[in-house]
Design a protein around this ligand. Structure first.
Ligand code: 9WN
Length: 472
């Protein structure tokens, strides 16, 4: 055991046989912030970002609607201090669920109709028969985190009749989402579902997609004129490029032409990917539903079949030995997207890897954390790759919800020490740099900064802080 300084925050070093949750986060620039203060600040952010009393926006200025997987994490955050709001968060999110079970990545509850691109008029969900009538939505989905979020809420409040009643009733909506994914997004019945848009991965401009989207040539007239707002509200050097946005719009138009029907899209889309993070979330959520089903005496045979096949296929098809990790599979070009990237590491939370592979994944995180050039863990992309950019969105920065998923996975496999490095690195960053959307992973740089990157007062950052602090 040794004591190490991570940035200016001092934590007990964490090896696998040794676990010391931090009790006080210290900063050289600011007075020390106690976990209680951080937790109060987090609660304030979640309350402030709640609109119309029933749903939470990720960041009022940058993202003024309800987002799919953000709201999952937000519900978990609320479950620590206002479980009624947690339940309402999930209910308002699933108001956007389509008749075929699809859960859109944005629900446009707000009457505010500008300030975010693409807003409802671009998606045209009102022209799709299966879309809800009461609310406009986007036409793509995001990582299916809702099963394990429901399980988390249940575990935190298992003695509450109200929560038990809610979970039992809500359960079938999540199953419908999973059924949609297996029916519409898995044409070869492999147990691995595809996405057809980078936004659906939750990791929009990850270098994972760079080569693939280069194969898409956009001719004049292929995409409508549009105006971005994101790069006016956040530093453009921290946001995706204009070329990235052209591709996003191109694929949105393709989806729109097919009324977002996955089966039709599969025949045409140049972007068709069996993603690591997306499928890991599906597997972990299946598992949660199986467990909850047992609590409520619900038949889970269908879920068990799906999950057994998904786990097997993930382990067999997505592992790339030369890379020492998993990688997404590009269906159209029949190849792995063989890059080291954070999504693969969430397979731990889904319980997919053998113990040998799990150890490899853990060792890589430890290597990164121990390097003399000094990274907090875990950067969203391979710092040794020339594309790595520690400031730019999904090309390198540390993301709150990803650290949460990693922590859970490492903990599940008994790698307590590494898990705690991941947790304390994140809490240290929030303590120093605020409740931002993402953070610079380079210790020497981040320690000189005054704030994180992207949006501020960010909802899932607050939610993850609350869960980490309450459960440490
Ligand atoms: C597009 C809301 C969302 C997150 C995504 C993140 C970012 C949106 C954007 O913000 O994407 O969905 O406009 O950049 O990449 O994971 O859900 O926080």
């Amino acid at each position: 055991m040794s004591t190490k300084a991570y940035g200016f925050g001092v934590f007990i070093s964490s090896r696998d046989d040794y676990f010391h949750p931090p009790t006080v986060f210290t900063s050289r620039l600011m007075p020390p912030i106690s976990p209680q203060q951080l937790s109060q600040e987090a609660q304030k952010i979640l309350r402030k970002n709640t609109w119309e009393g029933r749903y939470t926006v990720p960041s009022p200025n940058l993202y003024p609607y309800q987002w799919n997987w953000d709201s999952g994490f937000v519900a978990m955050g609320f479950a620590h201090f206002d479980v009624k709001r947690a339940m309402l968060e999930l209910e308002s999110l699933f108001q956007g669920q389509w008749d075929n079970g699809m859960l859109p990545h944005i629900i446009f509850h707000s009457k505010k109709r500008e300030g975010y691109f693409p807003g409802p008029s671009y998606w045209e969900s009102d022209r799709v028969a299966t879309a809800p009538k009461a609310v406009d939505t986007s036409g793509i989905t995001q990582p299916p985190v809702h099963g394990f979020i429901l399980e988390r809420i249940f575990d935190l409040h298992r003695n509450s009749d109200e929560v038990r009643g809610f979970v039992e009733k809500f359960y079938s909506k999540v199953v419908r989402l999973h059924r949609y994914l297996y029916e519409y997004r898995d044409p070869q019945r492999e147990g691995l579902v595809f996405i057809f848009h980078p936004w659906a991965s939750g990791r929009d401009n990850s270098p994972l997609w760079d080569d693939l989207v280069k194969t898409i040539s956009i001719k004049p007239g292929d995409i409508p004129p549009y105006k971005r707002y994101d790069n006016l509200k956040a530093d453009p050097s921290e946001r995706p490029s204009d070329r990235d946005y052209d591709i996003y719009v191109y694929l949105m138009e393709l989806g729109k032409r097919h009324h977002y029907n996955g089966k039709e899209i599969a025949k045409e889309s140049p972007f068709l990917v069996q993603d690591t993070l997306f499928n890991a979330m599906l597997i972990r959520s299946n598992e949660a539903l199986i467990r909850l089903g047992a609590e409520f005496g619900i038949d889970t045979l269908e879920l068990q079949d799906w999950n057994a096949q998904s786990k097997r296929s993930f382990e067999e098809k997505l592992w790339v030995e030369a890379l020492g990790t998993y990688a997404p599979y590009d269906i159209q070009n029949k190849r792995h997207i063989a890059l080291k990237e954070i999504g693969a590491y969430t397979a731990l939370y889904a319980g997919v890897p053998s113990s040998e592979r799990a150890t490899k994944l853990k060792d890589y995180i430890e290597l990164l954390a121990d390097r003399p050039d000094g990274f907090r863990v875990m950067p969203s992309f391979d710092p040794d790759h020339w594309i790595f950019n520690p400031r730019k969105y999904w090309k390198g920065p540390i993301w709150p919800q990803m650290n949460w998923l990693l922590y859970q996975g490492l903990d599940r496999y008994g790698f307590k020490g590494t898990a705690n490095r991941v947790k304390s690195d994140f809490l240290d960053l929030v303590d120093k740099l605020g409740f931002h959307e993402y953070f610079d992973p380079r210790k020497s740089v981040a320690d000189q900064l005054e704030h994180g990157y992207g949006g501020d007062h960010f909802s899932w950052t607050a939610a993850v802080v609350l869960d980490f602090i309450t459960n440490s």
